[in-house]
Design a protein around this ligand. Structure first.
Ligand SMILES: [Fe+2]
Ligand SMILES: [Fe+2]
Length: 182
């Protein structure tokens, strides 16, 4: 077979849209992790508010913050477990140990949330239980944001634009369902 050295001239001018598209993709690429990080920030703020109330706040003021944090965390963990973690686990393949560990950590947090929801804010261990929950969550969130999310953002096969949109929709319906239960 004759080898031919005829090469098509290199295309030097890329379509003007390619740069734009790359930028847009990068922005959307962070949609899923950004949604989770916004949740993390909201819950951390509630932890700080609780710390301030700890010594001189009323039981009802503390309970309001605890209930709000527990509701936020319940929705957040469901969004992660139903959509984010499975998608990331499938994409990570053999590197998915950290997802299994995250699910186990969620289970411990859910246990504390269930105990808190069954307690009265006047109970002796109420403050301590919420403090331990906040420490668990701070640790868990730190691992997600510094180890897991940077890894996730590098997975080219993962459509984080679509995943982020589905997570947002699930969060909206879970939040609405939780609102109607209270
Ligand atoms: Fe998590
Ligand atoms: Fe999270």
């Amino acid at each position: 077979m004759a080898t031919t050295s005829t090469r098509t001239p290199a295309k030097t001018s890329k379509p003007a849209t390619s740069t734009k598209r790359a930028t847009a993709t990068r922005t959307k690429h962070d949609a899923a992790t950004q949604l989770l990080m916004d949740d993390h920030a909201k819950v951390k703020k509630l932890f700080k508010q609780f710390e301030k109330l700890k010594s001189k706040g009323t039981a009802s003021a503390k309970a309001e913050i605890v209930n709000q944090a527990c509701s936020e965390l319940t929705v957040h963990t469901q969004v992660e477990e139903q959509l984010f973690y499975p998608a990331v686990k499938a994409a990570l393949g053999k590197d998915a140990d950290m997802i299994d560990e995250a699910v186990v950590e969620h289970a411990s947090c859910k246990e504390l949330i269930a105990q808190l929801e069954a307690m009265s804010p006047e109970d002796d261990l109420y403050d301590a239980k919420f403090t331990v929950l906040s420490e668990f969550i701070e640790h868990h969130v730190e691992e997600e944001e510094t180890e897991l999310f940077p890894k996730v953002r590098k997975i080219k096969a993962l459509d984080l634009e679509d995943l982020g949109a589905r997570m947002k929709a699930l969060k909206t319906s879970l939040t609405a369902a939780a609102g109607t239960r209270h």
